[in-house]
Design a protein around this ligand. Sequence first.
Ligand code: PAZ
Length: 311
Amino acid sequence: MTSGSWEEFFATHLPPTDFEDNRSLLKEFCERHNKYGNKIALVTSGGTTVPLEHNTVRLIDNFSAGNRGATATEYFLENGYAVIFMHRQKSQEPFTRHFNGSKLLDMLDLQEQGPNTTITVKQDSVYVLAPILARYQAAHAAGALLHVSFTTVSDYFWLLRAACECLANLGPRALLFLAAAVSDFYIPKDRVPTHKMQSASGPPVIHLHLVPKMLAPLVNLWVPEAFVVSFKLETDESLLVSKGRAALEKYKHKMVVANLLQTRNQRVILITPEANQEILLTKEELHSGVEIEGPIVSEIVRLHAEHLAPR
Ligand code: PAZ
């Protein structure tokens, strides 16, 4: 497997079609919050795709549903941050994540009276819906939440770099929470066929290349003053902490949140230069709806405040 440089990646992959629109939104959002001295968290969320055809019928994808990023976004907002929620299209989103499937419809009552038909929230659902709606409306009224979306791994990198370019002006008030599950492999653009691969041509042989490690230019060049938190996902416990710490030592950012695929909603290890701190929810907490993103975000916010405090 071969890997090119990040410069080569940008030189050989065009930005997504909605790139300029998103760049304007990011610029306006960052300038507005920078003017008021606010803190901004960039939360990346969900998986990236690797298309096997330009007119994409088939693609390589991954498991990520975007729960981590969508949930953490709500906690950053609660902690007074403005949030850029950079997410995979159609993955979980803050606030609406509470109403997946038929949950919202089950909360409603319909009174059919022809032109005077009304829909009301069932009395026992009001206490569920009202606080979420209030937080959603407050975030939007304050202009504190910006959504931008990506699909492919290339779209993701273009958007990430553009967001960093805008965030750089905030210096240490920018916080990056890089929870997206970004593909480690891709097919260079010039090797991707234009049209749907035909089975009559026989089984395809797909040669994947390694995606360049964007954390290096991100930490050193794009947002050198920001508080950067990356994530490390493993499936083998014996690799979890050593790989997380190796990433921290290599990129020299502020924290790696290490988690296992199987237990990611119950246990994480926050790896910082000083320590490994485990956050573990009990079975009871998990079943009663406690979200691990609450304590994760609290600890990150505390360390970010220390990072911002005058020495
Ligand atoms: O998106 P989700 O809630 O299903 O899962 C979250 C997660 C496991 C993708 C995230 O916690 C994470 O570890 N992201 C980084 C993955 C990696 O590239 O190592």
